[in-house]
Ligand binder design. Structure first.
Ligand code: SF4
Ligand code: SF4
Length: 500
């Protein structure tokens, strides 16, 4: 029996609270009510990251937890890159606990493991995992878990390592064929499984008619309910995370899990997977096309291109143009889940036809691959384009200090890529963040500064490296231009985020 089996099957995701920022008191109040309601209704697993819901999720939770005596469990997430050592992991957990007003977090999560190499870094002597073991010994956490965005083969190796008592994976009927071996492996080892993105990152909710085949006789034509039941139908899945933005959404999801599945889960699993395999033009992720002599990840590309079959959803703070939304939905899983970012936009396919001959769905893989490289060029989705961007923005500009705003995944990547492309910079990196909680803290071996320190620190330029809020940040920093600070955005209008 896994450590998560005791939980109500719906977990509370906290990344979609209706909060626009730290001053949105109405949104914060609404979110506190959502959490209270969730706990009152029996939800016991609360998933939180420090940056969720404009960074306000931990604060919302603190308020909600103080107003209730119902039992709950909570995560403390530590990401390799942001933190690297056992000490940094400890500090991060202490910060979570302090912000949420808690004595302990039940689940320590090694957050967003992208590949096996990151896993190995986490496991190094003096590293994050060692920190987690120490925290467990001291009773500040109970269980060591991880969330995985790695290629399936890497995930299987990580499961095999027996390092984690529970894993969080992205799973829906869109990725079911791909994830099945992973869920089977976790189940065989009694490793707990939490599922994120049960609605395929919004694709299923946006295309209810297309996915209505998921409904069986007893789902009353409700595609969302059928999709949630499908995810829970695999016996490995303990908790399905629902990121809710209203009480109405919360209650709807709770209604699905408050009673047993009206269809035997094994039958549901087989029925839906069979229907997915029958979809016209839809890649099932079966991977029979793999083994390209040019190392093109055909299955991953074709699966990601499923997004082109549906209406795109507004995402990453972008509502248009439609083509951009399609590109985000298509390239996101390629980078996020597969780590695929082509070196250049040149299509290496030699049209040998091996992939198409093996495709169970008879898909036009050769044309699709060519189209994918064309789109990669259009959206600067190549390593070469990233190198040229950093050259244009930073290389040999005579800068003495360059500020990155905000610190986090993007800034870490920029520092790493600059070093890889051009060697040690001739300027000093500075890191800034709008969140007062981070000011004065060390992140990736550098102090985090608040914007008010800009006149004193005098960076020559500040590179706004986030994607979601780049325009908001640019507007908020305009006042510092009077001190001679140049402001630049990392991303161009049509571009894909460098980090998803
Ligand atoms: S046709 Fe192109 S993509 Fe398919 S296996 Fe051959 S080289 Fe790879
Ligand atoms: S063989 Fe066809 S259906 Fe299967 S993963 Fe490859 S492209 Fe998708």
């Amino acid at each position: 029996m896994s450590i998560l089996q005791k939980h109500f099957p719906l977990g509370l995701g906290t990344s979609r609270f209706p909060i626009s920022g730290p001053n949105d008191t109405e949104g914060i109040e609404k979110s506190i009510k959502i959490v209270r309601k969730a706990l009152d209704m029996g939800i016991t697993y609360v998933d939180v990251g420090f940056n969720y819901s404009a960074g306000m999720a931990p604060i919302v939770l603190k308020e909600a937890f103080q107003q209730t005596s119902t039992p709950f469990t909570v995560t403390a997430k530590v990401m390799y890159g942001q933190d690297r050592t056992a000490d940094e992991a400890r500090k991060r957990v202490e910060l979570y606990l302090k912000t949420m007003g808690l004595e302990k977090a039940q689940y320590f999560t090694c957050w967003t493991i992208w590949n096996y190499e990151i896993f190995q870094n986490i496991m190094k002597k003096g590293g994050i995992y060692e920190g987690a073991l120490k925290l467990k010994e001291e009773g500040l956490i109970d269980h060591i878990c991880c969330s995985l965005h790695a290629p399936p083969a890497d995930i299987l190796k990580i499961i095999d390592s027996n390092a984690f008592e529970a894993i969080t994976v992205s799973y829906s009927m869109l990725s079911a064929a791909n994830l099945k071996p992973i869920l089977d492996a976790a189940y065989a080892k009694d490793i707990g499984v939490t599922v994120m993105n049960p609605l395929g990152g919004g694709v299923i909710a946006q295309n209810k008619d297309y996915f209505s085949f998921a409904c069986g006789d007893k789902d009353e034509g409700n595609t969302i309910h059928a999709a949630l039941r499908f995810v829970k139908a695999h016996p490995a899945v303990d908790v399905v995370l629902g990121g809710v933005k209203s009480e109405k959404e919360l209650m709807d999801s709770i209604s699905v899990f408050s009673k047993p599945d009206p269809e035997p889960p094994a039958e549901r699993l087989e029925r839906v997977m069979h229907s997915v395999a029958e979809l016209k033009g839809f890649c099932t992720g079966c991977k029979y096309c793999e083994g390209c002599p040019k190392n093109i990840p055909t299955a991953a590309i074709m699966q990601a291109r499923n997004a082109l079959l549906f209406e795109p959803a507004a995402t990453y703070n972008r509502t248009e143009p439609e083509e951009l939304l399609y590109h985000i939905q298509m390239f996101r899983p390629l980078l996020h889940d597969e780590g695929w970012l082509p070196e250049t936009a040149e299509n290496p396919c030699v049209k040998c036809g091996k992939c198409e001959r093996q495709c169970t769905q008879k898909l036009g893989i050769i044309d699709a691959v060519a189209d994918t490289y064309r789109r990669a060029e259009q959206t600067y989705f190549t390593k070469e384009a990233h190198k040229e961007r950093l050259r244009d923005l930073l290389y040999q500009k005579g800068y003495k200090k360059v500020g990155l705003y905000p610190n986090g995944g993007f800034s870490n990547l920029i520092i790493r890529l600059y070093q890889e492309f051009f060697g040690t910079p001739e300027f000093e990196w500075l890191q800034f963040n709008s969140d007062p909680k981070t000011w004065g803290q060390m992140a990736d071996e550098r102090i985090v500064h608040g914007p008010k320190e800009i006149p004193e620190l005098q960076p020559d330029m500040i590179l706004i490296c986030t994607y979601k809020y780049d325009q908001d940040i640019l507007d908020s920093l305009r006042e510092y231009e009077q001190y001679g600070v140049k402001l630049e955005k990392l991303h161009r209008k049509e571009e894909m985020p460098w980090v998803f």
